[in-house]
Design a protein around this ligand. Structure first.
Ligand code: SF4
Ligand code: SF4
Length: 251
């Protein structure tokens, strides 16, 4: 079984709940915890472990050979990310941090003026927490902007272990509703959205429940820090999306 612990808003205690669920479930079944919050993975800190078995994630990007470039603009036009920008009368400028590494520009440049470069944009880790609990962590290199490929790589690594050794995979997603969060959620049988009784908590809960509905993933809600504010909006939003409130954790 694969399920996700998610939440539209950061700082609601999502990782605390994911790690505690992982520990509890691992007393009965082999469990994998995937920390897909790649910009700020902290499950290993909550579990008091250092990350182990590092695997680098690389991407390619182009660099322009200014001696060969004829300023034809073909690479500028083909780039789906807008990572190559034309400067009149000069070779284009490449913003490598927003390059997705799709490789299209290399095929488009007939003057062989693009040099293929490679750099590490993140890492995945496999850390053994206990005999029955493994943790896969994705981590984006500081200064890099593309979380999506790191999430995919971490998920792939988790699924490798899952199919071979485990029966429960818990995906701890990052906050928000970005394409990285959607990639983390895909394949989950259900998702638990963690929220708190504040106006922002209710607003962001609605966003994540809406995304889960689009992905056809059944949703449940945990209200953390009950007592810090009224729950009316949380109840309204949960009811609107048919998401059952399965737990309340007092402040
Ligand atoms: S496609 Fe090649 S030659 Fe044309 S502008 Fe780009 S790098 Fe220069
Ligand atoms: S590899 Fe793809 S995304 Fe990167 S600069 Fe070339 S066309 Fe753009």
């Amino acid at each position: 079984m694969i399920f996700a612990v998610t939440g539209g808003k950061g700082g609601t205690g999502k990782s605390t709940i994911a790690t505690n669920l992982a520990i509890a479930i691992s007393t009965k079944r082999d469990t994998i915890l995937l920390d897909a919050d790649v910009e700020e993975p902290n499950d290993f800190i909550l579990l008091g472990k250092s990350l182990e078995n590092e695997v680098p994630i690389k991407t390619i990007y182009p660099e322009i050979d200014t001696r060969k470039c004829t300023y034809c603009m073909k690479c500028v036009k083909i780039c789906p990310e807008g990572a190559i920008v034309l400067i009149k009368g000069k070779p284009p400028v490449i913003f490598d941090k927003i390059c997705s590494g799709c490789g299209l520009c290399f095929y488009e440049c007939e003057d062989n003026a693009l040099i293929k470069k490679e750099r590490i944009i993140g890492y995945t880790y496999l850390t053994e927490i206990s005999k029955s609990l493994k943790m896969i962590t994705g981590k984006l290199v500081e200064g890099e902007e593309r979380a999506y490929p790191i999430v995919l790589a971490a998920k792939r690594r988790a699924l490798e272990s899952y199919s071979k050794q485990s029966s429960i995979l818990i995906v701890d997603t990052s906050a928000g509703t970005s394409n990285s969060v959607a990639a983390s959620l895909k394949g989950s049988e259900f998702a638990i959205a963690v929220t708190e009784p504040t106006p922002l908590g209710a607003h962001d809960l609605e966003l994540i429940l809406s995304l889960l509905k689009k992905l056809s993933i059944p949703a449940y809600v945990i209200i953390n820090r009950t007592g810090i504010g009224p729950e009316d909006e949380i109840l309204r939003v949960s009811e609107k999306y048919g998401a059952e409130i399965i737990a309340r954790i007092p402040y």
